[in-house]
Design a protein around this ligand. Structure first.
Ligand code: SF4
Length: 437
């Protein structure tokens, strides 16, 4: 067995985990290929956060069942959160599946694949000490290096399966992270995104997230630092100060709200009230006046009333979000919320979601329209999907279409925002346009 195809679903943590797996496999002498048809083994790195994510993977396993009919030696594996979440059920599918490996088993992948060639294998133990800090990932193409700084989660929000699929919170050692980031910068990555389920609760001994930001900010070649997702109440004054005084930290925070109702937040077991959340927003804005905010919001948690939903709508304007990722509650087996009765009818949840989307979109459009005419520094990322323009990003996380040659990827330009579709901008080069570093 020589060639492996990795297919990734879900969040950026999963993208980073696939890069980690790619590094492990390559060091063991295995080759990564771009198509399942060319592979001796396929591994689906999966997400369990919502039911539809799991349904997509189950559908994909059906495709691989067909491929396996043509090539019975093909090894089919499922990795990631869904492997951990559905381990017993997945093993029942062992006529298709040869390997089930949870998020703490990636170090052993080459050996597991070898064993899976003989009989179905499952490695789903959670390991409180595994951080993979010593393992160098094989990063994908692009200008951004995704760097996992923390694994697992200790918050146990009632609707969320992550603490059960990814285990308890562990921080990667600072020295390993600085080494990884120096390496990424030397490889040419321009922007570093620090990843963790509650990334700003990162800690090692007496060092906290403020120390991590400052340390990453001193790495040569790192001009932009982002992080996702922080937990609102883990924004200590020290962390906010480090953000404000570390030049490379970008002026954008993704700050999950989840609900604007104190009663719903309590049922979610989020550890803040709407008032405390707004205080954090105020502290961030005071320290970093041009900061932009995006958020995650869930509607339709069991028991959510129309009045409580209205409180969430109110928070969209009160917090002044620039962007919002909105979701309908999806019941997850094994979570405490599964036991809350009083489910919101599907059509009510859908209608609320629609109202929330419309309101958030309108606000994004209005805020973006008010920014037309501003001058920003952008990092050129990649060709746009259509046409000849390139996609670039401001420090505040606005996407801007610019007319620069393709070989400008990874370079910085100064642009004036000339228009907006609502979500993205068009930009014209300002003179001098090239930002020399
Ligand atoms: S903070 Fe809550 S929502 Fe986020 S990963 Fe942890 S348990 Fe899940």
């Amino acid at each position: 067995m020589k060639r492996v195809f990795l297919e990734t679903y879900g969040c950026q943590m999963n993208v980073a985990d696939s890069e980690l797996m790619a590094g492990v496999l390559q060091r063991a002498g295995l080759e990564l290929v771009d198509r399942a048809e060319d592979a001796d083994a396929v591994i689906l790195n999966t997400c369990a956060i919502r039911e539809n994510a799991e349904q997509r993977v189950l559908g994909r396993l059906g495709d691989y069942a067909h491929l396996k009919l043509a090539n019975p030696a093909l090894i089919v594996g499922v990795a990631g959160c869904m492997a951990q979440h559905l381990r017993a059920k997945l093993l029942d599918r062992k006529r298709v599946l040869d390997l089930v490996v949870g998020p703490d088993g990636y170090r052993f992948l080459p050996e597991l694949l070898r064993r899976a060639a003989g009989e179905p294998v499952a490695e789903v133990r959670l390991d409180r000490d595994e951080t993979y800090g010593d393992l160098e990932p094989k990063r994908g193409p692009g200008v951004r290096a995704w760097v996992t700084v923390q694994r697992g989660c200790d918050k146990f929000c009632t609707y969320c399966v992550v603490p059960f699929t990814r285990g308890r919170e562990r921080s990667l050692p600072l020295a390993d992270l600085v080494r990884q980031i120096e390496h990424a910068a030397a490889e040419g990555f321009r922007e570093v995104v620090l990843l963790g389920q509650t990334v700003n609760s990162w800690r090692e001994g007496t060092d906290d997230f403020a120390d991590l930001l400052r340390a990453v900010g001193t790495v040569d070649g790192v001009r932009r630092i982002r992080f996702t997702s922080p937990y609102p109440t883990d924004f200590t004054p020290r962390v906010i100060e480090a953000m404000a005084t570390t030049a490379a930290v970008c002026e954008h925070v993704h700050l999950p709200l989840q609900s604007g109702s104190n009663a719903v937040l309590k049922r979610m077991r989020r550890r803040y009230t709407r008032e405390r959340y707004l205080e954090v927003v105020g502290e961030l804005r005071q320290a970093i006046p041009d900061i932009t905010l995006s958020t995650d919001i869930i509607v339709g948690l069991p028991g959510e009333t129309e009045q409580q939903f209205q409180e969430t709508l109110g928070m969209v304007t009160e917090a002044g979000f620039d962007d919002a990722y909105t979701f309908k509650y999806s019941v997850r087996e094994g979570t405490p919320a599964e036991r809350i009765v009083d489910h919101v009818p599907e059509e009510v949840a859908s209608e609320r979601l629609q109202r929330l989307i419309e309101m958030a979109r309108l606000q994004t459009r209005q805020r973006n329209a008010s920014r037309v005419g501003q001058v920003h520094e952008v990092l050129v990322e990649r060709p746009a999907k259509r046409g000849h323009l390139m996609l670039a990003r401001t420090r505040q996380n606005f996407l801007v279409l610019v007319d620069v040659p393709r070989d400008c990827v990874g370079e910085y330009r100064r642009v004036r925002l000339t228009g907006t579709t609502g979500s993205t901008f068009t930009g014209a080069l300002e003179h001098p346009a090239l930002v020399v570093i």
